[in-house]
Design a protein around this ligand. Sequence first.
Ligand SMILES: [Zn+2]
Length: 470
Amino acid sequence: MDFKSIVKEYESKIMEDLFGLLSIDSVRTKGTKDAPVGQGPKDALLYMLSLAERDGMTTKVVENLAGHIELGQGEDLFGILGHVDVVPAGSGWDTDPFKPEIKDGYIVARGVQDDKGPTIAAYYAMKILKDLDLELNQRVRLIIGTDEESDWQCTDAYFKQEEMPSAGFAPDAEFPLIYGEKGMTTFDLVLNSDIKPLGDHVLLSFDSGERYNMVPESAIAVLKSTHVEDIVSAYENYLKNTGEKGESSVQDDEVTLTIYGKSAHGSTPQEGVNAAMLMINFLKTITIDDRALKFIAFGDHFIVDNYDAKQFGIDYTHSEMGSSSVNTGVVKYVYDDSSYYGVNLRYPVGLDFKAALEEFTKKLDIHHFEVENLTHMVPHYVDKNDPLVKTLLASYRKYTDDDTEPFTIGGGTYARVMERGVAFGAMFKDSLDTMHQKNERMKVEELLLATTIYLEALFRILVRGGNNED
Ligand SMILES: [Zn+2]
């Protein structure tokens, strides 16, 4: 069937419904009992369900946080997972972020790429399938969340009471397809030494980075000393010898040292220059008080140049997903208060994380450190040869001339919520990635192409039972 021309006939309807959705400011706000993540996200959810009711599909709301639109009958359930909440608009827009416009073939509005456009594309794939009046071999549900950009309360609430689809995809990333996502954990390595700082050179504070998933681009250390000039000259030598950029300033018996690195995303720590590591490399060369010495020696041993978690003993490499990676995104030291290294660690499927962490924790005691504030998300992986992957990929390739292989990533997508779920679109290879940015936009042409691909996929799965013969 030529789904491309069928979808084209629906263009004005698709645009009208999408514009309605984009006009709802669905940024998360302070919740109420009736609207747990704010009125906007709830309104956007109810709007989607109202389209389905108009078009004769079954709907359900779950705690005003999530809901679904269902089509078909039978035991088996196929899932599509999208979200209608958006990140705040921010500043610098050329248009009103919640008054969608078409400019040069692009729809411009907050959320059009992430994830309202792709959600409407998936919705229309279902609606057209229904209008074609074909016999479906199972049910399909478009599950709609309202808290993807924050805490995923939506899918937590939803799957607490609703069934898990036997397979599915999330149109909330890019084509062709993402079938693996690394496990992710953040924790603080906290100094538990209560030695009182004594001596000549006392480290008063050491501050670097604010976000666990970013490489810190600067680090500042403040020292108190009766010989600040010694520190300044040692620091100047260090900068000269290493070629790093930094500066120092003295006030009475205190000296402030600043050093600059280069920021990068926490999933690729080696693409940046971690300013905290540069500062540790300097501080270990001077005489400092015993408490600071413990902190810096620990950093020298476990933090500096530790990009693959080998120094933690939590390293692992998977043939498709690659190696574990560590980013030390936050360093906080205060001479008389809580002091820690904040790390973000990602690892592929196949590592026994719990056991590795336990071994690592045992090693920390003699260094006077402990692990605190741990968060953890297990890796997500669907076999590349799974029929689901093959069918979705074939649907994508039928309408594009792109034969890029499916891939795995270091970050996490919405797809991981589904046990056998993959991320599938809706950004194309040459799409401009404007997610979370000002002037967020999506080509009308891409919206229609994504709808066509989703329709093809649903047709293959629900009508042809996964048969990929053309
Ligand atoms: Zn999203």
